[in-house]
Design a protein around this ligand. Structure first.
Ligand code: DP6
Length: 349
């Protein structure tokens, strides 16, 4: 009998930056968050991942940014493949090759783009034909924030209430071209420490020990609604203060976690102070800072204010590089070479 052929698929997925932060899970296994979150999908930066299920392979092979993955990063990918195999009724081992088009050392390497691309490529290669919502829910199991990278533009991840997670997935609120004047100026700071612990583990320490966590949970849904409305109205005067309020709330619960989670460096704090100063001087909010569980800072501003905002922030001691990004499209399948339309995902039934 002829052996079944290896089946492969390639997907590209972008990172995203959260304006309303996901922080805390009610179910660690299914990655079901306590609160909804909202993010902007970023243009240009991409993880590109090819998955090939191959009956000839004795073990999974995982190559990340041209180096064989070992330890936790490999284990996380293999655990994710196991979920896909279980769903597709497959036993074949897989080869996974994933590259970021942005330097991992820049500290921007994101589990969001990586796991979204892996969800797309692994499910298609396994013959599962998932809807975007299904892909979002699958990507979530690899990394919560990856659920949002399936979509472009402004994306909400609904927390849901069901214990089985069937109502927990992301959906696009506004497309990537909704607000062309909005830019994300990324300030890359020197000596940004690399992540010691996955966020999904760090956040559970916050849930258990930060005295302000419950109060934060109570206020996030209101803030998310206000932020979504301000984006809908393309209103920076409403949006920017809310984005900073949310970032401050996130930072506060991190810093009051025991032991404290302190993600910022002196340079990052310098950027936050400079943004506050510029807004004070302008007499209106011309920029808004936010950061994730890392030291680099994202500053949202309008294209017309970008030159002066960039000049001021690039001069903050310890800012090494700036990157100007706009909202971008979500993930996509890359057609197989030699087939203009690409291999169509096969259905399981
Ligand atoms: C602070 O799900 O990206 O960026 O467990 O490390 O994969 P890992 O974390 P992830 O957590 C993101 C936390 C956050 C906020 C957010 O993106 O909403």
């Amino acid at each position: 009998m002829p052996r079944p052929a290896a089946r492969s698929a390639t997907y590209e997925a972008p990172p995203n930056i959260a304006l309303v932060k996901y922080w805390g899970v009610r179910d660690r296994e299914l990655i079901l968050p306590y609160n909804p979150s909202l993010s902007v999908t970023l243009e240009r930066l991409r993880s590109r991942t090819t998955v090939r299920f191959d009956p000839e392979l004795a073990d999974d092979r995982v190559v990340l940014n041209r180096a064989p993955a070992v330890g936790a990063p490999r284990d996380d990918v293999v655990a994710f493949l196991d979920r896909v195999r279980a769903r597709a009724g497959l036993t074949d081992r897989a080869s996974v090759v994933s590259d970021n088009n942005f330097p991992t050392a820049s500290g921007l390497a994101s589990s969001a783009s990586g796991f979204a691309a892996l969800a797309g490529a692994a499910s298609a290669a396994a013959g599962l034909s998932l809807s975007d919502r299904g892909l979002s829910a699958l990507a979530r199991l690899g990394s919560g924030s990856a659920s949002r990278s399936v979509f472009g533009g402004f994306v909400e991840w609904r927390a849901g209430v069901r214990p089985d997670g069937l109502d927990c997935y992301a959906r696009p609120l506004y497309g990537p071209r909704h607000w062309p004047a909005l830019v994300d100026l990324v300030l890359l700071v020197e000596r940004a420490p690399t992540k010691e612990m996955r966020s999904v583990d760090a956040m559970q320490r916050t849930v258990a020990t930060s005295p302000g966590y419950r109060a934060r949970l109570a206020e996030v849904p209101r803030r998310l609604r206000q932020i979504a409305r301000a984006i809908g109205a393309r209103d920076p005067a409403r949006l920017f203060p809310l984005v900073m309020e949310e970032c401050d709330s996130f930072r506060e619960v991190c810093e009051t976690t025991r032991p404290s989670l302190d993600y910022l460096t002196t340079a990052s704090r310098g950027v936050l102070a400079e943004v506050r100063g510029m807004n004070r001087e302008a007499g209106r909010p011309i920029a808004a800072y936010t950061h994730d569980a890392g030291a680099h800072v994202h500053v949202f501003t309008l294209a017309r204010d970008l030159p002066r905002v960039r000049r001021r922030l690039a001069a903050v001691p310890g800012v090494e590089r700036t990157l100007t990004l706009r909202p971008g499209p979500g993930m996509r399948r890359i057609p197989a070479r030699g087939s203009p339309a690409g291999a169509r995902p096969r259905r399981t039934s």
